[in-house]
Design a protein around this ligand. Sequence first.
Ligand SMILES: Cc1cc2nc3c(=O)[nH]c(=O)nc-3n(C[C@H](O)[C@H](O)[C@H](O)COP(=O)(O)OP(=O)(O)OC[C@H]3O[C@@H](n4cnc5c(N)ncnc54)[C@H](O)[C@@H]3O)c2cc1C
Length: 384
Amino acid sequence: MSKFNFPSIKETNDLSNLRKEVRNFITKSLNHKDFEPSADAWVFSASPEFSKKLGSMGWLGMSFPKKYGGNERTALERYVVTEELLASGAPVAAHWIADRQSGSQILRYGNEEQKKSIIPKITAGECFFAIGMSEPDSGSDLASVKTKATKIENGWKLEGRKIWSTGAHIANYMIVLVRTSPASENNRHEGLSQFLVDLSLPNVSVKGIPDMTGQRHFNETLFDNVILSEDALLGVEGKGWSQVVGELALERSGPERFLSHFTLFESFINEFKNILIKSGSKLIGKLIAELQTLRRMSFSIASMLQNGESPETQAAFVKELGNKFEKTMVETLREFSNIIPLYEWPSQLQNLFEDATLRIPSNSLRGGTTEIMKGIIARQLGLR
Ligand SMILES: Cc1cc2nc3c(=O)[nH]c(=O)nc-3n(C[C@H](O)[C@H](O)[C@H](O)COP(=O)(O)OP(=O)(O)OC[C@H]3O[C@@H](n4cnc5c(N)ncnc54)[C@H](O)[C@@H]3O)c2cc1C
């Protein structure tokens, strides 16, 4: 049962001061109209200029080693910065994946050349990443990927197709999970490898796919016999499965899993607090309590990551409960439209609400589906 332990971590004065610093920065940015708060900003709202600004503040790759341009700050400090940025709906999508997982993956498994050439650009907010896991016929069952890399003289030949890759249209690189050799009879996780693929290489084509909102944030990427150099291999050939599993803990455990629509929640409360105090404080209070619990769980995971642990099961909890929280929050606000008709909501609030309504359904898919998260938790409980 130890995997269900979420040690309680207190926010120190230093962390609270950092939080204030980020809030001041955001207030200034909003006053300068540097950005308009948006829903699901870590997926939909990309601003390379804003990313660069965060890089210059030292808020990207915060925990990365100084020798690669990082600041050697803690995962808890990174947590505080990302939480504030998410809560304000700031345009963080361009660098999000590089800062959250790809940079750490390169630091953990990459060779010196990969680290030296890429990490400083990530910390400067000048190099963006996409995740190349899912394929048209492989999503939940990731071990069944068919994209393959074949050894050739001085390198590799990459053939196949990845799908749903968020931000691939603005990314410089994609970390691609591929087969480099057939799975063995009793272990289908063998023979997978990760590659660091420069998306500007010949024979790589990235095509946007519109989602329900009509926006294009994810993509299909075709690798049509792309020639990769030898050092495009990330980590150890054949060990891609264990590498990718560790990456998923970074992907699923952060505050973006429950703060994607916080700007809607906060604006709604601020706008209608006088009405909510009379009728609705119980429902809103319940949501705030759930949110607070999720924050503590995610903060606790950040401290586990800081200690070098790989908390995949705890991450599945945050991902699943965060998804449920966001869905319930939007449904609760919809219920309130019975007493506060939508046409009385300020237009910015209406827009946030409409975006959230259309985007929430994808929460139960992105980053791993509800059934897969529950399966991970059930395995830990010894139920499967
Ligand atoms: C907004 C968004 C962004 C995304 N971004 C990325 C990205 O950047 N990079 C990337 O690689 N992928 C990305 N994805 C893809 C996402 O990871 C997959 O959609 C997800 O893993 C599910 O895979 P699938 O769509 O192939 O569905 P399937 O795996 O075919 O699943 C279909 C249904 O069957 C259920 N199911 C499947 N297997 C089991 C099982 N063993 N037990 C019980 N139920 C099961 C699933 O829960 C689901 O309900 C994104 C998806 C979305 C919606």
